[in-house]
Write a new protein. Sequence first.
Length: 323
Amino acid sequence: MSLPQKQSSETYEVTYDESRQELSKNGEVIIRNPHLNGLSSDVLYHLAISTDTHDLPALFGDVKFVCVGGTLKRMKQFAEYMAKELDIQFDGKDWTAASFRYSMFKVGPVLSVTHGMGISSLSILMHEIIKLVYYAKCKNVVFLRIGTSGGIGVEPGTVVITDKAVDGLLRPYYELYILGKVVRRPSICNKELVEELKSIAAQEIKDFPTISGTTMCTLDFYESQARLDGAFCDLTAQQKIDFLNKLKDANVVNIEMEAITFASMCHYTGIQGAIICVTLVNRLLGDQVSANKDYLYQLQTRPQILAAKLIKKRLALYKSQNI
Ligand code: R2B
Ligand code: URA
């Protein structure tokens, strides 16, 4: 890794060579934090899991897929669905129940984990789950975010595979403040995984539209997504529509609240990660997500169908290669 480059008095861009995208020789995640070596045990506080209370290699060493999504209902349902798909008995155990923060279910090689809403919540989960995968010595792990979003000019119910993640200023970065400086890390999506998902969708998914494109990730649901229906609003209807059209011209097909962080953290740790979100509303036509709950819930299963197909395909491949 090269040293952070000074961009201005306030911004550092962290650059690194392509080896960031490589796992260790045996497929395990490389943790680039020398301070962890000095810990006698590591408490994954928000998961209520610790290296001295849990035998992580024995409990989670077989994990190959970490699937994350916002809500408990969706991620529990995904675990149940994967259990059926993989013909495994689902025990219903929430491994992080004691944390009262996130929920995590395990179905054989698949973890199904909640991340809550927004970048802050997701980033805490990602730090701790990446460490879990590292301590458990999992090999060749793939991370998938299966979520919801607002669409730009696409039919509600369309599934979007993110090929580029941008922030609210349309920049492909995840920026955070560290030591009083802006640290900027690229939010690069894994090309191989995106292509694999596109090809599976093209060949095997006929029941709903699946596309790929740019996903804009914002810091809030209302003002940053140019909604006019928040508790307050300083935008005119014209400003809103101009902005959404600008997004459309920039090939943004959906908006959500975690993509830059998810893509950046996967890239930074060399983990293959992909974002698959269904759109719940066409933002060019309105702001409110007003379809009935049953229908919305049904739409949320669509990214799961694509994720399950990828998981089954990869598992068959790993089996044939003895991985
Ligand atoms: C999509 O949906 C949530 C907001 O309703 C947020 O977590 C996201 O990214
Ligand atoms: N999630 C978002 O972040 N935005 C939407 O419009 C819908 C779901």
